[in-house]
Each structure stands twice: as C-alpha cells, then as structure tokens.
Design a protein around this ligand. Structure first.
Ligand code: NAD
Length: 501
C-alpha cells in the first residue's frame, strides 16, 4: 500500500476527501512512494474557515507571547533535523547535507520571527502640533496564503509563514504537490510548539486549490514562489480580486568572471552553484560570462574535468554531491534543451545525457552538462532550464557582460568574480538584479535581510522575509491624537501644515 499524505487543518492531520490523488515518485528510483491528495473546493473552504476562526484571538495575542511559541518551534526544528532531512530528500532527491542546509535556512527565518515584539514597534512623534501627537502601528492583514514550489519544500514555505504568523495573521500553505511531506511534518511541529489550532493550515492540491484561494474574499494576501508563467497569472488574478500579492519567479543567474579572478576559487564556486541540488535552485548560476578569450579558455580547462568528476548518487549515499532531478518529465524537458543547444551550434563540452547509475536505472539522473560558445539568441541562454546545465557565453569586454545581464528578462541573482574593487563596485551599482554577489556565487540574503529579484523574477512590491516581509504581512495605521487639557481653538476650516496650530 502506498502512503497517502494528509492535509494539516485545525491542528491535526486530515485525510483528503476529494478522491483525486497524485502519485509521488522517489526521484532516485522512479518508484511510486506516496500519493498527494488534491484538495477540492470544499476542503480549501474548510481550511479557510479554520483560519478565519483562529484569526481574532491570534491577532490579539501579545507579540511577546507569540514569540514564546516561536522559540519553542525553533528548538523543535533543531532537535528534529535528523528526521526532517530524509523526509525531504526522499521526495525531492537532494543530498542530505543540502536538505539540512535548506531546513537550517528556514530555521533562521523562525529565529528572525522570534524578535517580533521589536520588529512590530511603530513610530511616535510627540507634539506634531500643540497638544497633538502622532504614532504608527503595523497590524496584521488577516488570512494569508502561500503557494510554494518543489525545489525548497521546507525553506520556501518558511520564508513566508513564520513572518506572517509572527505578525498576527493566520496562514494557509499550499505546498508543491510533488514533495509536500516535510511541510506537513513541520506544521505539526509548530503545533507541538504551542501554536493554536487553525493558525497554520496546510492544504495539498493543484490548480483547483490555488484558484479557490485566489478567489476567496476572506484571503487578504498571497505569497507565491514558483515559475514565471504561473506567477504572472497568480499575480494578475490575485490583484484583480483585491488581494495583496507577491510572486517570486524564475531566474537565469549570470556569473561574470573578470580576467583577474582567482580561477580556482571561481571553479569551486561554479561547481557548487551550477550543479548543487542538480541545478534546481532559483539562485543557481546557469550562465558564466568570462571576459576575454584567455579567461574563457583557462576557465573551461579547469571546469570541464570537475564537471565530469561530479559524484552523482541518491541521497542515501553519503558521498553524493548531486542527486536526480525531480520527475521524469523534468528530465525529458532538460534533455530537450540540451539537444536544442547542440542543434543551435553551442559546443557541448561535457555531455551528461547518457548517465545511468547501476541499480537506479529508472531514477531521474542526469550527469552535469557544460556548454561553451553559447550565444544570447539561443533558447538555452534565454530560458530557465532548471537542471545541471551550465552555459558559457564568451565576451570580449566587461561592458558587453553588464549589458547581457541587464537585457535578460530575469533579474533574480548575479555575481562577479574579481579582485578589482572598482569593477565590483561598478557591477553592484549598475546591474538590474535583485540579489548581487561579489565573489559569492549564490548571494541568498540572510533571514534578517530580504529575498527577491527584479524584472520577471518578481511581480509585486515586496521581497520576502526581513523587514520587507514584515511590511508585506502588515498594514500600516497612523493615529493623530489630541488631548486638549482645556485649550479650545474653535472650528477650523482651512487645511494646515502639520506644525501649524
Ligand atoms: P511551478 O510554478 O510549477 O509550481 C509552483 C506552485 O504553483 C506549486 O505549488 C504548484 O502546485 C502551483 N501551480 C502549478 N501550476 C499551477 C496553475 N496552473 N495554477 C495555479 N497554481 C499552479 O514551479 P515549480 O516547478 O514547483 O518550481 C520551480 C520554479 O520555481 C522555477 O521557475 C524556480 O526558478 C522558481 N523558484 C523561484 C524562487 C524565487 O525566489 N524567485 C525560489 C524557488 C523557486
């Protein structure tokens, strides 16, 4: 019997009742290991009404009391890391250290949320006019929903709901249907930490669940992370139904390699950022732009053998550096891109298409691939491939490299590798990119800063977590108060400057 994953509603696991189930395969073996229930409209409505019921009391709970629950939650996550990481890797395929790192990044957001009494402090101005004071508060927006992708099944949901819930909102998470088990288990731990029932609900599902959330007038805010095609639709639909929406989407992250860069350090960085998690990261480096032919030749000479030597294996092998991709469909899509790149004239220096692992022949494994002499008109350059495929696009000068980065439709991350402070400063100033690294290949901001891209990598105004997260999940209220103590100024008909009495 295949295990059936449950929803998590009103503080408990609940079996799906829609009759619609989706098979989940172990990416390493291709075997069906579980089924995700795909929620019906009625099941989503049940989760919304639990969230609505919990909202009044939770939003009135003092922030310091909320923080106590977050401290407990953090301890439970740390104590259960060894249990959570294999749950994640089994469905996703990433290596165990990578799964632990991902959950660790989620824990950092919980730690950030522990500071909520401080983060919600407003501003106060005394005597904005005689006997008049003014102050601002940040209040919760209400019921929030999060729709998240398969590639970080623990961390991306935790970019959202710890901040939303700490701010006094209730939250409905719709995780990826491809690997939801870890998200359900983490919600259960939050409940164990003392979170009241209904404050966090997890509803599994597909488009039907998402559309129900987007159309429901009781949902005030929607955070989405996923592909650009879906994110653009969610942003438009959510805004049209009056919601606050942030949609963080696809990427094509460039690394510029200057002639003075330390090439050994650069190659180490490229191996981790291009092939870690099989390239299924929105901050993966997928394009390298060496400046000058010599830089390019030297880089490829060092990089190619490292790509060939990658240790590709299931997560159960402690030596694994890179696992399989998520599904057979993803594997076919990535292979199609590689075929197209070859047809378009790019030079496939390392070809991982025929990799077969003994005992794992049905797994979704692909060897690392490296293209040289890619040009900006090729689909392998323009599109997000989301697999272990790195493209080298040679340019002769730095200006051309900056133009490439700025003209690409995506603007999530970019990095420059150099020893030249002038070049680095110019790059960080001029690139139209949300997250920029200098000799740091994956510049993912820590929890108390905010994560988000530019251009078609983010629809909406706010980035995730850090102060941007607090702003997204709260509404600003400004009070102006007068306690006249006997002063009477008579009726006022004219609009005045703030400081005029
Ligand atoms: P996806 O867009 O297929 O799915 C994301 C979510 O949307 C899932 O919960 C899915 O169930 C839901 N969904 C899918 N189709 C839908 C539809 N037609 N209507 C409504 N909802 C729908 O993305 P994915 O394949 O799970 O994740 C990979 C993508 O996520 C990549 O493009 C990657 O760059 C992006 N991503 C971006 C960031 C970021 O912060 N910018 C972070 C992680 C992943």
């Amino acid at each position: 019997m295949v295990r059936e994953i449950e929803h998590f509603i009103d503080g408990k696991r609940v079996k799906g009742t829609s009759g619609r189930l989706l098979d989940i395969t172990n990416p390493a073996t291709g075997e069906v290991i579980a089924q995700t229930p795909l929620a019906s409209v009625e099941e989503v409505h049940a989760a919304i009404s639990c969230s609505a019921k919990a909202l009044c009391k939770w939003s009135a709970t003092p922030p310091a009391k909320r923080a106590e629950i977050f401290f407990n939650f953090r301890d439970l996550l740390k104590n259960n890391l060894e249990e959570l990481a294999p749950l994640l890797s089994l469905e996703h395929g990433k290596t165990l250290p990578d799964a632990m790192g991902e959950i660790g990044r989620g824990i950092e957001v919980v730690e950030f949320a522990c500071g909520i009494p401080h983060l919600l402090k407003g501003e106060y101005s005394e005597q904005v006019a005689s006997n008049v004071d003014s102050y601002t508060l940040r209040q919760p927006v209400g019921i929030c929903a999060g729709i998240t992708p398969f590639n970080f099944p623990a961390m991306v949901p935790m970019w959202m709901y710890p901040v939303a819930i700490a701010c006094g909102n209730t939250f409905i998470l719709k995780p990826s249907e491809k690997d939801p088990t870890v998200a359900v288990r983490i919600a259960e731990l939050f409940s164990e930490a003392g979170l009241p029932d209904g404050v966090l609900n997890v509803i599994n599902g597909d488009r039907e669940a998402v559309e129900t959330l987007l159309e429901d007038p009781d949902i005030s805010a929607v955070s989405f992370v996923g592909s650009t095609a879906i994110g653009a639709q969610i942003y438009t639909k959510g805004c049209a139904s009056g919601k606050r929406v942030q949609a963080l989407c696809g990427a094509k992250n460039h690394m510029i390699v200057m002639p003075d860069a330390d090439l050994d350090q650069t190659v180490d960085a490229l191996i981790g950022s291009g092939y870690g998690s099989a390239g299924e990261r929105c901050m993966a480096i997928s394009v390298v732009v060496p400046i000058g032919e010599k830089t390019a030749d030297d880089l490829i000479e060092r990089l190619a053998p490292r790509v060939r030597e990658l240790k590709i294996a299931p997560y159960t092998d402690p030596a694994a550096e890179m696992g399989p991709v998520i599904t057979g469909e993803s594997l076919d899509r990535i292979k199609r891109y590689i075929d197209e790149g070859v047809d378009a004239g790019a030079e496939l220096v390392v070809d991982g298409r025929d990799l077969k692992l003994q005992g794992y022949e049905q797994g979704h494994f692909l060897g690392g691939c490296l293209f040289d002499r890619v040009t900006s008109d090729m689909d392998i350059y323009k599109d997000e491939i989301f697999g272990p495929v790195l493209s080298v696009l040679r340019t002769n000068d730095y200006e051309e490299a900056v133009r490439l980065v700025n003209e690409h439709e995506y603007g999530n991350g970019a990095a420059i590798f150099t020893r030249d402070g002038d070049a680095a400063r110019d790059f960080t100033t001029r690139v139209n990119i949300g997250m920029v690294g200098v000799n740091v290949p994956i510049p993912v901001p820590v929890a108390y800063h905010s994560f988000g891209g530019w251009k078609r990598s983010l629809f909406g105004d706010h980035h995730l977590h850090g102060m941007e997260g607090i702003r997204f999940f709260t509404r600003l209220k400004t009070m102006t108060t007068r306690w006249p103590s006997g002063i009477r100024s008579g009726a006022e008909f004219n609009f005045k400057r703030g400081a005029d009495d």
